[in-house]
Design a protein around this ligand. Structure first.
Ligand SMILES: C[S@@+](CC[C@H](N)C(=O)[O-])C[C@H]1O[C@@H](n2cnc3c(N)ncnc32)[C@H](O)[C@@H]1O
Length: 230
């Protein structure tokens, strides 16, 4: 793993996605972290997520963005209406049987010159290991990658694929666990049972970055795809 470069997700976004003045769909936008980045970089940003509470949080942070409660597999948008569709840490949260349909929907709403960008955490690394007692996302993440590979042999052509390591802020176990519940409240009960194991793993794997902040490493994969001619 150490041969992988360390990069911020925002660096990878800035290198590969020139979003200024472009219409960008953040599919699975959650609380809107990526939308904040998109708006700051001049995009006409649209966020979509099935969780009304999370969409409301994003809307409160981003009055200038268009926010929609909806699902990636049934996008409420016109054909050829976006320059970018981005799945950021979200494709593996779809039901596996909905993933192919979601990428077909991304194809439908993308302009012919558009791009599909998918950022996914790999099922490895310190952050993954610490969270494992709460939830093993290995199968969901493998299913998401399977859908990307199928898409890149069908409607899309793969432009590039990069893997890199990010440092996930990890000030305390409490904060990490609160984040997990924010994304999926059903995890709360499992967290009670898993807490001691999570704490032991955290103590063993947490590191300090060059600024002295407590962090956990998380390898990521980025896939950039172009729609093939219709
Ligand atoms: C780990 S969160 C990532 C949120 C955000 N992209 C971020 O990085 O902060 C995964 C998100 O996927 C959303 N999600 C779940 N099922 C979805 C679906 N069918 N279509 C679109 N998003 C979905 C969840 O509601 C959640 O907000």
């Amino acid at each position: 793993m150490s041969e992988r470069v360390v990069r911020r997700n925002s660096e990878v976004l800035a290198q590969y996605l020139d979003v200024r003045g472009r219409r960008v769909l953040d599919a699975g936008c959650g609380d809107g972290n990526l939308l904040v980045w998109l708006v700051r970089h001049g995009a006409e940003a649209v966020g979509l997520d099935p969780e009304p509470g999370r969409v409301a949080l994003a809307a409160a942070r981003l009055p200038q963005a268009w926010l929609v409660v909806g699902r990636g597999e049934l996008l409420p948008f016109a054909r050829a209406s976006f320059d970018f569709v981005i799945y950021f840490n979200s494709l593996h949260h779809l039901r596996p049987e909905a993933m192919d349909q979601a990428l077909a929907e991304a194809f439908r709403v993308l302009r012919p010159t558009g791009r599909l960008a998918v950022f996914e955490p790999l099922a490895e690394g310190a952050y993954f290991e610490v969270m494992l007692p709460v939830e093993d996302e290995s199968r969901m993440r493998a299913a998401a990658y399977g859908a990307i590979l199928r898409a890149s042999e069908g409607r899309f052509a793969l432009i590039t694929e990069k893997t890199y390591i990010t440092w996930q802020p990890a000030q305390s176990v409490d904060e990490l666990l609160a984040d997990l519940v924010r994304v999926d409240p059903r995890r709360a009960e499992r967290i009670q049972r898993a807490r001691a194991d999570v704490e032991e793993r955290y103590r063993r794997l947490v590191e300090r970055d060059s600024n002295g902040r407590l962090v956990l490493s998380q390898p990521m994969r980025f896939d950039l795809l172009a729609p093939r001619a219709r």
